[in-house]
Design a binder for this molecule. Sequence first.
Ligand code: SF4
Ligand code: SF4
Length: 366
Amino acid sequence: MNIREIAAKCSKCGYCTTCPTYRIEGWETVSPRGKIQLALKYVDGEIDVDQKIVKDIFKCSVCGLCQEVCPVELPLIDFWEELRRTLVQKGLAPLSVHRKLREITFRNYNPYSGDQERRGDWADFEIKPAKTLYFAGCTASFRLQNLAKSTASVLEKLGIDFTIAGKNEYCCGSPFLRTGQKDIVERLFEKNYAYWQKMGIERIITSCPGCYRTISLDYPKIAEEKGYEFDIEVVHTVSILDKMGEFEKIDLKATYHDPCHLGRHMGMYEEPRNVIKRLGINFVEMERNREQALCCGAGGGLRSQFPEISFEIGRQRVLEAMETGAEYLITCCPFCEYHLSKSAEKLGNRIKVVDLVEIAEKLISP
Ligand code: SF4
Ligand code: SF4
């Protein structure tokens, strides 16, 4: 990825001003177009980058909407990540909160300060070795344990022979890859990879689209750089649900939020909708859906470093969901669920935010 080469192709058309953070901040330096021009001037040595510019560059959830709408088809997701890596290498980043999360994760192997020894405490079943690993991820392990339990229950009901890694499951590193901190990701990769090799893991099932993207797309690249084999199949739980036979039906009205890491990053739009329809749910789309969906506002380090912007995007997304008249806002991502639930709380909890697995689990006969 060559920052200069990509930035020089930008036609400055401004289609990418649909960017959710730009819509809130309103400054050209926060728009994708503006940031690309600053990056170009920076790599050409025409300007020095100060902390104000660095902060503006990080006012981005790496949602990928700009990439989706760009008529020149610039690979902007990779561009933002590479730009952030460059700023970290030059000592201009990470920003304060991202640095703190990095220190916590170096110590605890998760960004929530959770006790790593108790990471698998959510599991209320006997853990046996298996070739398929359910990788719950940090958010389901430390914040949304019910989601981890529901997922394990679904896998059990489907007769899938699976195991979990408990205290040997380490953050996949997604938040650090998105914020340019590759060194810690390499360390987390080494920890996870060594355990998977030792246990003979052949397939990984994830609840979290961030883990799904990172382990299926980024880990093979890191493995290649290190000269390791990476021969593990990675699937998101929604693919497991999508391949199932019939479910019992449920009578409720719901809409669906496309997680950026599942949708724009991985191209999975129809699988969750197929499952929702097969559950008999009265399904209504939000105005912005699939490739054009508004992000929840939490990703790319935005929630931790810029909570006001992040919660304003979350508020807008929940309001959009409420406009459909749905009782439920379904998603397929623990981090989206966590952030949208908090955003819905601020709006008086007039819509319930749930993960698709939590609904499906109740409708699968044992
Ligand atoms: S990835 Fe999303 S938040 Fe970041 S610049 Fe593009 S549209 Fe804006
Ligand atoms: S949409 Fe693409 S070409 Fe147009 S200003 Fe944005 S990045 Fe540049």
